[in-house]
Design a protein around this ligand. Sequence first.
Ligand code: ADP
Length: 197
Amino acid sequence: MKKLFLIIGAPGSGKTTDASLIAEKHPEHLVHYSTGDMLRAEVASGSELGTEIESYISRGALVPLNIIVDTIVSAINHAPVPNVLIDGYPRSVEQMEAFDAIVAEEDGIDLASVIEVRVSEAVARERILGRAAEAAPGEGRSDDNEEVFNDRMKVYTDPLEAIQNFYTDKNLLHVIDGARTLEEVVADMDAFVLSKI
Ligand code: ADP
């Protein structure tokens, strides 16, 4: 049985950094996968699938449902430890419903919580555009620029309320204030996750 924590948050919320630091602290209990990192790894492999994925990422659009569902289900099934943090999922009502059906069908996955790392749009924008400005030439992400940021933010915000309501009704939503220092956010999320495993 795998115990699963889904972590959602706007681009720039820090969700990937927070989750990876927590998993690093408890390698014997917890593993972390970032949907964005897994998709970028596929792009970097140079595969045909990677080329298709890059065409979505570079414009801030969501990759198709079957690709992202296969990616996360395979990550969960191959996880070497019983507790799994996945950030960047779900990002649409369609993804949320698809995953809900999978959890209902499979005995092997227990959804422990959906953690929302909440920041204002202004904080998110400042962090992402700051990250883009600091990246060495050729080293930055293809989607860290103002125009694509606006699209990513809209893609994040549009289904957010429906996602919040769905998990609130199931008593699974846990909101964390992501506008504080990294240490504070990580300490908070760490304590919450440990309380559930
Ligand atoms: P951010 O959340 O900061 O935008 P991520 O690294 O989490 O960055 O995601 C980057 C891109 O990867 C997204 O804009 C999207 O194209 C793709 N992606 C990530 N997660 C998903 C998902 N759950 N469904 C579809 N596409 C995704």
